[in-house]
Design a protein around this ligand. Structure first.
Ligand SMILES: [Zn+2]
Length: 580
């Protein structure tokens, strides 16, 4: 076994995928969850434990544990291999990987290295004299060494210190330039640090690599207050969430995430013991960020600032979250405090209670309408209701829409029948087809399908039945290409690999096979069924032949052909038990 196969054999795709997608066991070795690669509300992303493969029947993405990590984290094969090997405590042998294929990987590696070194620099600066004002600012905000250490806070001084530090590390110039930590002058080739006199908040990927920074000015009047890393090959601001790598475990445990506005809020609630908070890094919430959240939990508590910018941002985020089928609650803290301030004034226990009592989003929207509409008049009530209706129709299922609407009607004081009638006219006809994620495999008979499944999943069955099955199917059955591919892979020796079978199939057969393997609600055949399935296959082949013979007899135009064909027909009729 080569190194990659060894690593793959030791990895379990169900737990690797399961660390990123909430999987539900469907039956036996089959699991389903919401696809991390496209937005969906009903799970069509399937993982097979025994075959160590995944397949999404929505967007078509499929592969093994390496493909999954490559696709999910944007890694090259070598990087995915290295990641899994490291988790298993293995070291990558020093030869593999073609240089060309890995240029991108080397660049990412280089950019990560620049960030790691810069991080050391920023942290040192904060602790030195140069950073004393920044340090004072942090302690005024109530941050002690524990939070500063946990979140890796640092200080980027003015001047060129960062440049000479990076130069002393002999990094590749192109990596330094592309890291986003420095800018280049238009006039000459000179470079300058992008962040100057700023508190540095390191931003990590879902997997925990340092990929960018948010830099905060400690001076109230400095604009912009926050400066973020620009887009780089490793930092895509609309796909990252601040603190996600620390929060993900707590998000899974509580099935809930607290979405706050800024870095300081995340740190403030962390200090108060709340571990499942994240923030969008200087962007309005995007679908990519939402799909990152959904991998870990269902419910989002949105807790933004109470100022009008914060509330507008909250409303927009709520809408995005609803559209993507998340459960949404909205917390507005009393006294107009932001989460950080609230925790400092009232403590973590009180904040936790606020979180627990946070109302479902429409109650919050309703409260907001109090300020916008005069609910004492019937006109005001109708207008408030119409406004809320826009959010209700975003709810993913119709029952939820109807219960929400009646609830709202009651709160506002509108007749429920009227409210429901409005809902019916507002709700667009549902476009979702709600197709069963795993459709019936086309063209194959029931016993043919069971036989294929048996031969894919059982070594003993392959030894006993694959050879004869292949011969029978070659007489014109639709499973023939799949069975021949199976036979070729099995006779090549070594451990049986599903991808090797796939590699020998055209895309239609590949898809047919995946559908068979993940098919829902089918019995799991065992070796004991093999004989019966083979007999059924044989009969199916004869019936095919018989039909074919009838067609040929009908078309025969020379009298010489007929006797032979009729003989064959009689023979087949006897075998099929049709002859009297
Ligand atoms: Zn998908």
């Amino acid at each position: 076994m080569d190194f990659a196969q060894e690593v793959k054999a030791a990895a379990d795709i169900v737990s690797v995928v399961g660390a990123n997608v909430r999987l539900k066991r469907q039956s036996g070795d089959r699991y389903v969850g919401l696809c991390p690669f496209h937005t969906e509300k009903t799970p069509s992303f399937s993982v097979h434990g025994r075959l160590q493969i995944y397949k999404c029947f929505g967007c078509g993405k499929s592969g093994d544990v390496f493909n999954f990590l490559m696709e999910l984290q944007g890694l090259s094969f070598i990087e995915a291999l290295k990641l899994l090997a490291e988790q298993q405590g293995k070291e990558l042998p020093r030869k593999g990987g073609s240089p060309a294929a890995d240029a991108a990987a080397r660049k990412r590696e280089g950019l990560l290295q620049v960030h790691d070194l810069a991080q050391r620099f920023f942290v040192e600066q904060l602790k030195s004299n140069v950073g004393s004002k920044a340090m004072r600012y942090l302690s005024q905000r109530g941050l002690g060494s524990e939070e500063i250490g946990e979140f890796g806070l640092g200080y980027a001084p003015g001047g060129d210190a960062l440049m000479s530090y990076l130069r002393s590390k002999r990094l590749k110039r192109s990596h330094v330039l592309e890291s986003g930590l420095v800018g280049q002058s238009d006039q000459d080739d000179s470079v300058y640090p992008r962040f100057r006199d700023r508190l540095m908040f390191p931003i990590h990927s879902d997997g925990g690599s340092l990929i960018g920074y948010g830099g905060r000015s400690r001076l109230a009047d400095r604009q912009p207050k926050y400066l973020n890393s620009p887009e780089t090959p490793i930092y895509h601001k609309n796909a990252v969430l601040y603190n996600i790598h620390r929060a993900r475990t707590a998000m899974r445990q509580s099935n809930q995430v607290v979405l706050v506005e800024g870095y300081m809020d995340v740190i403030g609630v962390w200090r108060a013991g709340i571990r499942n908070a994240v923030a969008a890094c200087g962007t309005a919430l995007t679908s990519k960020q939402i799909s990152l959240l959904r991998r870990h939990c269902d419910t989002v508590v949105v807790n933004f600032d109470s100022d009008s910018a914060g509330q507008t941002a909250a409303e927009r985020s709520v809408e995005m979250l609803l559209r993507d089928g998340m459960n949404v609650r909205v917390l507005e803290l009393p006294g107009g405090l932001d989460p950080d301030e609230y925790c400092r004034e009232h403590g973590g226990e009180s904040y936790r209670q606020q979180l627990e009592n946070a109302p479902a989003y429409f109650h919050w929207l309703l409260d907001r309408s109090h300020t916008l509409f005069d609910l004492s008049t019937s006109d005001g009530r109708t207008k408030a209701f119409e406004r809320l209706l826009g959010s209700v129709v975003l709810l993913p299922d119709e029952v939820q829409q109807a219960t929400t609407v009646t609830d709202l009607a009651q709160h506002i004081g509108l007749p429920q029948s009227l409210a429901l009638a409005r809902l019916r006219s507002a709700a667009k006809p549902s476009k979702r087809t709600d197709e069963t994620p795993v459709a019936q495999a086309d063209g194959l008979s029931p016993s043919e399908r069971l036989l294929v499944v048996l031969l894919v999943s059982d070594e003993r069955a392959r030894q006993q039945f694959l050879e004869p099955a292949c011969e029978i199917a070659a007489r014109g059955l639709p499973s023939s290409p799949i069975l021949s591919a199976l036979k070729a892979v099995a006779s090549a020796g070594g451990p049986f690999r599903y991808e090797a079978v796939e590699g020998r199939l055209d895309s239609a057969d590949r898809d047919r096979l995946a559908r068979l393997v993940f098919e829902r609600d089918r019995p799991m055949p065992t070796v004991a069924d093999g004989e019966d399935l083979l007999a059924a296959l044989n009969r199916q082949a004869m019936e095919e032949q018989y039909q074919d013979l009838l067609r040929r007899i009908g078309r025969a135009d020379s009298a010489d052909e007929l006797p032979g064909l009729l003989d064959q027909k009689l023979q087949l009729e006897r075998e099929l038990g049709l002859a009297r």
